[in-house]
Design a protein around this ligand. Structure first.
Ligand code: SAM
Ligand code: SF4
Ligand code: SF4
Length: 337
């Protein structure tokens, strides 16, 4: 097992399987910047399934146990279920999850289950149709995602995680409705503090609703109590309803950063390794892969990248003078959440 400069092992791999998306969430891929003429990566730049699968085999040997497929919108990657099936055949990978906006999930849920996907996370920032239409940038209605949730449950993904990014003055007035809707269903809504990922979402601390406020709003209506984390390094703080009707999570990446336990490595669509969500530079792994490097040589590159890792961006953002904040941070849709 490899460790970085802060003694953190690598355990979780997030793979962005496409940079494309059918939504235009203003905080990730604003419609005015990503219009009809925007050029996404050409097919030749994107890692194919054999390449991804070979890399995951190597990552597994270095300590990776969990894989999450993300993007862009991962369900827009043709035959993504084939990749799931290839990855689920790798010994040592205990968990394969996927994060989706849900728009085409109704067509894919069964196939994903059959292919061996362990868990699904569905993003849904609000149940208010007007708010949601603005937040997906395409005027799509909440109903589409609610139907996808039903399909996913019928396909055997139960319970689900529901991700909701909270922005002040945009959807914070709908937090309690989201909690109410999923209370008693077994699904876990995870309220996420709006983060300064990338460079295009005009992030400002004023737009963040601190975890404490989110908790307070829900607790005032449905009393909550804290629950121990499921495992060290879990990103969400867990709370359960005192009346036994389930739990929620709050991801306080801005106000209570958790870099000390960060075991996540990210692989971009075009085959670069990023050791932090807020990094500006990645390590190109596609070139050696395509130039005929052996597994050992690739393992060396990955191990070298991880063992030199010094990232603690979120902690620096709130505590020290940020030393590594760059104007060129990678965008969220290129490496996934
Ligand atoms: N397209 C899929 C989706 O939206 O679920 C997967 C990729 S998306 C980049 C992964 C997650 O990151 C989503 O839950 C999304 O809401 C979240 N996200 C995107 N931009 C964010 C930001 N600036 N702050 C916090 N979360 C963000
Ligand atoms: Fe697409 Fe997900 Fe980004 Fe929204 S958050 S634009 S759904 S990749
Ligand atoms: Fe990990 Fe970077 Fe996020 Fe810190 S800021 S938790 S190091 S991804």
């Amino acid at each position: 097992m490899i460790k970085d400069t802060f003694n953190r092992p690598v355990k979780d791999l997030r793979i962005s399987v496409t940079d494309r998306c059918n939504f235009r969430c203003p905080y990730c891929m604003p419609a005015d910047l990503y219009g009809e003429k925007y050029t996404f990566l050409p097919k030749s730049d994107i890692l194919d399934f054999e390449e991804v699968s070979r890399l995951v085999n190597i990552f597994e040997g270095l300590g990776v146990e969990k894989v999450r497929l993300t993007g862009g919108e991962p369900l827009m990657r043709e035959n993504v279920e084939k990749l799931v099936s290839m990855l689920s055949g790798i010994d040592g990978i205990k968990d394969i999850a996927l994060t989706t906006n849900g728009y085409i999930l109704h067509k894919k849920a069964k196939a994903l289950k059959k292919a061996g996907l362990s868990r699904l996370t569905i993003s849904l920032d609000s149940l208010d149709d007007e708010v949601f239409k603005k937040l997906n940038g395409r005027e799509y209605s909440v109903d589409i995602v609610l139907k996808a949730i039903d399909k996913a449950v019928k396909a055997g993904f139960d319970p689900l995680k529901i991700n909701a990014v909270i922005q002040k003055g945009i959807n914070d007035h709908t937090i309690v409705d989201l909690a109410r809707h999923f209370r008693g269903t077994g699904h876990i809504v995870r309220f996420i503090e709006f983060m300064d990922v990338g460079t295009i979402n005009s992030w400002n601390f004023e737009h963040v609703v601190p975890a404490g406020e989110i908790l307070g709003m829900i607790d005032a209506v449905f009393p909550l109590e804290p629950v121990e984390k499921n495992y060290p390094g879990e990103v969400a703080n867990r709370y359960r309803y005192k009346d036994g009707k389930g739990e929620i999570g709050i991801i306080a990446s801005v106000t209570k950063p958790f870099c000390g336990n960060c075991t996540r490595l990210r692989l971009s669509t075009d085959g670069r390794l990023f050791t932090c969500l807020f990094a500006s530079r990645g390590t190109d792994i596609r070139k050696p892969l395509r130039d005929g490097a052996s597994d050992n040589e690739i393992r060396e590159i990955i191990a070298h990248t991880w063992s030199n890792r010094t990232d603690r961006y979120s902690e620096e953002r709130t505590t020290d003078k940020p030393s590594k904040i760059s104007a060129k941070k990678i965008e969220m849709y290129q490496i996934g959440g």
